[in-house]
Design a protein around this ligand. Sequence first.
Ligand SMILES: [Fe+2]
Length: 176
Amino acid sequence: MPSPSENNGSETGNRDARFARWMQDLKVMMNPDPDRDLPDSLVTSPDSAIWLDTKVTKNASRIGLLIDVPAKSMEFYLQELPPHEASDLQRHNHESVHIVTSGGPGYSEIGERRVEWNTGDLIYTPVMAWHRHYNTSDTTVRILLVENSPLLQGLGLNRRESAGNIPYKDLPKSSS
Ligand SMILES: [Fe+2]
């Protein structure tokens, strides 16, 4: 455990770094040049994904974090859903779009609706609507997932909830 003086040192260093960043942001704000002030990483390889296994996701799908994409208002993930498996039933207060890059067919429960999809389709899940994705095929479904969660994160309003690995019809009435 660090001593109090070490702690103060690191807090001061952190504060200095935050102030330096604020000054840098101010400089850019006063003299914006989007063509000059480019992020370092403009191309992200799917190989850079940091994968969360099913012990972390607590459902059949693996999620790959694409944290090198420098977008400020969107987040990007890869998702793999094994044959004849489903994700958990969840909802959140960000919007998301699932782009099926390979595999399928499958379907999703989104609120009270069941929607079919296949390779190339975009699946939209609205704010706070319960949803669950099902792979009905014999091959792994691969998905690129886009969320606007950083907008809410910046305001401290990002929330998500999982009802577990159940279909929408089994959702307790108090949760809907
Ligand atoms: Fe979701």
